[in-house]
Design a protein around this ligand. Structure first.
Ligand code: ZN
Length: 114
């Protein structure tokens, strides 16, 4: 295969991938979540939102140093969102499917907790 053939093929595939990504975003952004009660933060108000109107909060937790070179890292923890209506903090601990869609949220913020 010649270089220009590869480049042409690459361009074609990239275009297709862009189209698919746009389609995926359209589908996943209409996913709804509900402000629910949880053990850590108490009562939710029950309001529903589409994920593209919410900010995804990516939490990080600190891993203390261990051994000679281990630890001393920030590791990604659970995803959360704050209810725009009541301010309740919701968790995606049991919702790996939602976590996988975090790029379809309005925005993503990182939150480091120690
Ligand atoms: Zn709420």
């Amino acid at each position: 295969m010649k270089l220009e053939d590869i480049e042409r093929e690459h361009k074609k595939l990239t275009k297709r991938l862009d189209k698919l990504n746009a389609k995926k975003e359209k589908v996943t952004s209409r996913v709804a979540v509900i402000c629910e009660s949880n053990h850590a933060h108490g009562k939710g108000c029950g309001a529903g939102f589409y994920i593209d109107e919410l900010e995804f909060i990516q939490t990080y937790w600190y891993e203390s140093p261990y051994g000679c070179t281990g630890g001393d890292n920030w590791l990604p923890g659970e995803g959360q969102f704050e209810c725009p209506k009541c301010g309740h903090r919701n968790r995606f601990l049991e919702r790996q499917d939602i976590e996988a869609m975090k790029y379809s949220f309005k925005s993503i913020v990182d939150e480091h907790k120690d």
